[in-house]
Write a protein of this length. Structure first.
Length: 431
């Protein structure tokens, strides 16, 4: 009988990846009745040059474009892809291959893309972040400590004027940034242009009154032409950042906006809303570590990476791995979690810790991340017994305590705002 499929031709345990190959690490579980070999052959085939059946004609040179499953360790497999499969500088095309049809294959019950090691030749075709951590620190004139910010809460519903006023209070409490929430763009009650106009006025006032640089992550997420118009308005109004919901906007539009914003001198705050739809189930989907890596590659300045202690999912191991992927020049491999990555000339990106934080949790977060972090304390400043400004002050006092290696309780003796925050929340971990 004629052979029906050729999946086994995508497996070679003797293969050693070339330096120019792109290597993926997957976790997989075959469907009942399917062997591990059958499963990994299908993953390698469907993500590269294969199809479900043998073909009448195939030019022999096409063999050189096939992916190879070359290392099997329990339910983990490494697959190597020749560089020529991939278009230079096209992250969307990459995802259609290594994170495309394979997630829907009947033969595979669960499949998770854990990490990808990009060869230098591939990395070189991307621009990465325009500023890097050092560039942002220069821009904000904050050489050392964690950078701080807050979202007005409740997350959507304020008028532009109310929003700007809360922003002003946040800045006056000592914070560097005011952030829009992910679902606030331009609404009837809080139009983008009006928000920018009012925020600009109050930013100028806060800068005059404090002598500090004040910034904002204003959410431009929309179709690309609208995002461009909003980015121009921000640059014309003297802002140095914009914010994009990068998962829902998609890699193609983020790449376009990276270039556009870079010409305008704008850094990009990346909110990851929707990430948990594909990274929460540890057996299936795409890891957060890889999303963070992809976003650094295509050039966001910073991206949300979890807190461990706050209200949203993400354990310490994952959060630390995310931070390494974003900040290190050379990422060390970690079994079943990370592959080695040499970033070459790509600049670093900031991790962002947010979600359910308050002053009492600040030292926990900083113990995990260190000081190269954007720390967002939102509900945890607006819920302060004395209001937003006092809440921001309390958070800055908590940072000071951490920097000076004092406990929060010791610091609270000379910092009344922190004392009030601790009275309300203590070290409470929200759910
Ligand atoms: C934080 C936040 C962010 C989350 C997103 C919110 O507010 O603005 O969207 O941090 O999650 O709406 O929840 P709070 P992540 O500080 O008031 O909780 O950072 O994990 O992507
Ligand atoms: Mg939010």
């Amino acid at each position: 009988m004629a052979k029906i499929d050729w999946y086994d031709e995508f497996i070679d345990f003797g293969y050693r990846p070339a330096k120019t190959d792109l290597v993926c690490l997957f976790y997989f579980e075959p469907e009942e009745g399917i062997s591990k070999r059958e499963a990994i052959g299908r993953i390698a085939s469907e993500s590269s040059t294969g199809t479900w059946t043998t073909l009448f004609k195939m030019p022999p040179r096409m063999r050189a474009l096939q992916a190879t499953a070359y290392e099997l360790d329990g339910n983990y497999v490494k697959i190597s892809y020749p560089l020529d499969l991939w278009e230079e500088g096209n992250a969307a095309q990459l995802l259609s291959g290594i994170a495309g049809n394979i997630f829907g294959m009947k033969a595979v019950k669960n499949l998770r893309l854990i990490d990808v090691s990009f060869p230098r030749e591939y990395v070189r075709c991307f621009k990465g972040p325009r500023h890097g951590i050092a560039g942002v620190r220069r821009m904000m004139r904050v050489p050392k400590r964690p950078l701080t910010g807050a979202v007005p809460k409740p997350k959507i519903g304020f008028s532009a004027a109310e929003h700007a006023q809360i922003g002003y209070e946040t800045w006056m409490g000592g914070f560097d940034f005011v952030k829009d929430d992910e679902n606030l763009t331009s609404t009837k009650f809080n139009g983008f242009d009006e928000r920018v106009r009012l925020m600009t006025k109050l930013r100028d006032r806060a800068e005059r009154e404090t002598g500090e640089r004040k910034g904002a992550f204003l959410n431009i997420t929309a179709d690309v032409e609208t995002m461009k118009r909003r980015a121009r308005l921000l640059a014309d109004s003297g802002w140095n950042y914009c914010m994009i919901d990068v998962v829902v906007a998609g890699t193609a539009s983020v790449m376009t906006m990276r270039d556009y914003c870079s010409d305008l001198g704008l850094a990009i705050h990346a909110h990851r809303a929707m990430h948990a739809a594909f990274d929460r189930n540890p057996k299936h989907g795409i890891s957060m570590e890889f999303l963070a890596k992809l976003m650094r590659l295509i050039g966001v300045t910073q991206i949300h990476t979890g807190t461990t202690v706050g209200k949203l999912v993400g354990n310490r191991r994952e959060v630390t791995a995310n931070a390494d992927v974003l900040r290190e020049k050379r990422v060390k491999p970690l079994e079943h979690v990370l592959l080695a990555q040499d970033w070459g000339n790509i600049r670093s990106a900031f991790p962002v810790a947010s979600g359910g934080l308050h002053p009492g949790l600040v030292p926990d977060v900083l113990n995990i991340y260190g000081e190269d972090i954007i720390l967002l304390v939102s509900g945890g400043i607006h819920g302060h017994p004395k209001g937003t400004r006092a809440g921001a002050k309390a958070s800055m006092q908590a940072i000071e305590a951490w920097e000076d290696e004092r406990t929060l309780e010791e610091q609270a003796r000379k910092s009344p705002e922190l004392a009030q925050a601790l009275e309300k929340w203590g070290h409470y971990k929200p759910k």
